[in-house]
Write a protein that binds this ligand. Sequence first.
Ligand SMILES: C[S@@+](CC[C@H](N)C(=O)[O-])C[C@H]1O[C@@H](n2cnc3c(N)ncnc32)[C@H](O)[C@@H]1O
Length: 254
Amino acid sequence: MTVLQIAGAVMRVRPRWYCHPRSEYATLVDEHAKGDDDPKLFHMIDHIPDTDERRTHWESVYELNQVDGVSWYQQAPLVTLELVDILGVEKDAGVIDVGGGASILVDYLLSRGFTDLTVLDISTSALRVSRERVGPDAHVTWVAHNLLTWEPAHPYDLWHDRAVFHFLLPHEIKVYQDLVRRSVAPGGSVIMATFAPDGPEWCSGLPVTRYNAAQLGGILGDEFTVVVQRKEVHTTPSGALQPFTWIAASRNLA
Ligand SMILES: C[S@@+](CC[C@H](N)C(=O)[O-])C[C@H]1O[C@@H](n2cnc3c(N)ncnc32)[C@H](O)[C@@H]1O
């Protein structure tokens, strides 16, 4: 709540957070410059915030919006489930959804019989939504932490990242690469999804980097083999179309 009040003091938030092209950003900024003080204008950040700013940003996103109203909302995580099947991930595999937010993926994996699930997110509000949805008895480990400063206690069999990596700055990519190598067991798998080269340039008021499948494979490096790639056009709750790049990769056995 305190976070919200702090955020409320510094942020003017459009009812729905969404991802959009820069041209729309320019229009909004121009309106603002003209003195249009429309409260619908939402706060834009032209840099990736540091940890505290980042946490405050994402907390306010989840505090101020319905989870089924944010642009990245999915009714069903169909591409992820398809890739999990292709990779042949076992039900007792250790699975971590990084930046999982309030995603319904954990519900689907539980209903498919997965028994070792971890959801990590910088926003406690997002995790609270998911935890209340699946119930207190669900076998899920909830980790409220900045991915970039987190240390895995043990390696996982599947690392899942939908729409988180694309927020990272160049100097943070190395941190992420090292983290993936420490977090994914030999023989384990990675599923990553980012905005595609023809996707939005901003999301939730933050700039993103867009990637094709070869670039994502390059991020994982030689220790991983890309098994499959997908192009998906996600439809947001407001009906906008957002092209995503997906890859599923396996970590080579040592
Ligand atoms: C666009 S949302 C995607 C959420 C979820 N993966 C999904 O597909 O519905 C990005 C998520 O990443 C989280 N996030 C952003 N930066 C993070 C960081 N440095 N560490 C952990 N989580 C982060 C946000 O809180 C948010 O839940």
